[in-house]
Design a protein around this ligand. Sequence first.
Ligand code: ADP
Ligand code: MG
Length: 369
Amino acid sequence: LRAAHTGADRADRATVEQALDPRTRMILLQLINRGIVSEINGCVSTGKEANVYHAVLYPSGSDGASEPQPIHRAIKVYKTAILVFKDRERYVTGDFRLQKSHPKKNHRAMVRLWAEKELRNLKRLIAGGVPAPDPIMLKSHVLVMSFVGNSRGWPAPRLKDVDWASEGIEDIGTTLRRLYMDLFSYVRILWGSCKLVHADLSEYNLLYFDGKLWVIDVSQSVEMNHPKSLEFLRMDLKNVTSYFQRNGVDTLSEKRVFEWVTKPGGTTKMDAMKDELEAQFAVRDALREKGEDDEDDEVWRQQFIPQNLEQVFDVERDAEKVGHGEGSDLVYRNLLADDAEGGVPLPRGNGEKGPSEGEEDSDEEGSER
Ligand code: ADP
Ligand code: MG
């Protein structure tokens, strides 16, 4: 699909066209006709849920003095095959922006919804100052965004695939530590400013470009008041901590970072956040010296507390279990042991929804999992 013939070969073109249904082809042709892009090249990525294509816009109306630089773009085409999106429903249920319009029966509308979510979430990331692709246009299940990659149209590698030596990075350790600190600052901006949890954060959904990590793939990201947002946040922190650990970076415990990220009213200025993270290392080291290091993430993951009762799978069944002296497998078992009176405490600052409200809602929204 192209307006002008430059660069890419026939094979590319065949690949692009093969995979596309008539509706999608029509939308892509519209993009060309409206001058959003001039040509659409091969796939940057073929995924389970979407394909991403590289496209170029050749700006017209140059004054003749200098060749206008081509502008590279990425086009994410969500797959509309029926089975693909089924398991994503857990992300939508409880997302309060989408509850009213959640079109259970209408699959195409569902896919459009994911594309729209990606657009809105990318906008929030950009507004918060997190490096991310800038969304340019959305039409149905097709999202055009800025291209993260070099001026010759090479896409940036995923963090997972970065070959530090060939990037010309000499002190890999220092670079990785800086990226680690930056990344957790982004996570805190996501939480504190964008009011979002990425919910699929890992070395697969981070690109390395221009010395920075770029956050991508945010169609499944959830609002901070989503019933599982803290659980998703915990998983995000686990994934990225594990990547940096495996690559030799001295990491803070997930528990410590979690508490720092969700601290109400914390700063979202990059420099200040970096200082705070350094301070967290200092606190940890001081504790270690005294032999009081209690940062066992294994234990913490198991103790992890649901933020409200919507996270409880089935209140009645669970209550019965406890009544029978069972229930040791329940997610809130720790509370049963040491605070029978206090109800389920809400971790840090997100406490608008008390346990009693949750209980009333629970058979409506709380039983997916
Ligand atoms: P999914 O994982 O759902 O297939 P992603 O949004 O993660 O979709 O995109 C898949 C891949 O496409 C990414 O890993 C990345 O390599 C590439 N990609 C996505 N968006 C861009 C972009 N804006 N610029 C460059 N490459 C991109
Ligand atoms: Mg991805």
